[in-house]
Design a protein around this ligand. Structure first.
Ligand code: CA
Ligand code: CA
Ligand code: CA
Length: 202
């Protein structure tokens, strides 16, 4: 058997074994509560293609009048795009209850939660248990009165706001899927290939 193949297979097994933690940007059970301050969101860093954020939002009535909101921000590097946000888990009671998640450009959120102006948001949506396992990125792009978007979000810094306004407690697991922008990368490879071919001929 090809030695290189054996090394590749071994590496793949090792990679799969560490995936659970390697693709975790934040877990409130480990890392603490995400910021509730829209002007000072928790800074997160992408890990690779899959980037999980696991948290619990609590409505004011379920938390002694103290609503637990989350604000977090991360950068999508040049050459990459946020291509999906998979709602891997959403637990709430009653099961018909919906959460809220919004997104805006920049490293702080542009509008206060008490008097939110939807026109400052790129988008938002109200996910529920029916959305579990699905991509909610485009739902956000369709948020009424928001700036709106369609397709992936390109390189830049984004801030997210998640909350529960009803008397519920919601457990979220969101996977922010970051992929390479396909076309320019493929073109660069073609260009490099052409360069090598020319050098070989010279
Ligand atoms: Ca929380
Ligand atoms: Ca919080
Ligand atoms: Ca709700």
């Amino acid at each position: 058997m090809n030695k290189q193949l054996v090394i590749c297979a071994t590496a793949a097994v090792a990679l799969a074994a560490t995936t659970a933690s390697a693709d975790l940007m934040w877990d409130e059970a480990i890392d603490g509560d995400l910021s509730g301050d829209y002007l000072n969101p928790t800074q997160l860093f992408t890990k690779g293609v899959n980037n999980h954020v696991i948290f619990t939002t609590v409505g004011a009535e379920a938390n002694g009048g103290n609503q637990d909101r989350e604000y977090f921000t991360f950068e999508v590097a040049v050459g990459y795009q946020l291509s999906a946000i998979i709602l891997d888990a959403f637990e709430t009671d009653p099961e018909t209850n919906l959460g809220f998640i919004g997104v805006a450009e920049g490293s702080v959120f542009p509008t206060s939660p008490e008097n939110a102006d939807p026109t400052t948001l790129l988008g938002y949506t109200l996910p529920g248990i029916n959305n579990v396992g699905n991509d909610i990125l485009q739902d956000m792009g369709n948020g009424a009165a928001s700036q709106g978007f369609s397709g992936p979000l390109g390189a830049g810094t984004y801030t997210f706001w998640a909350q529960e306004t009803g008397p519920s407690t919601d457990n979220w697991d969101l996977n922010f899927v970051v992929t390479e922008v396909p076309a320019p990368g493929a073109l660069a490879l073609l260009g490099l290939g052409g360069l090598v071919a020319r050098r070989r001929r010279a």
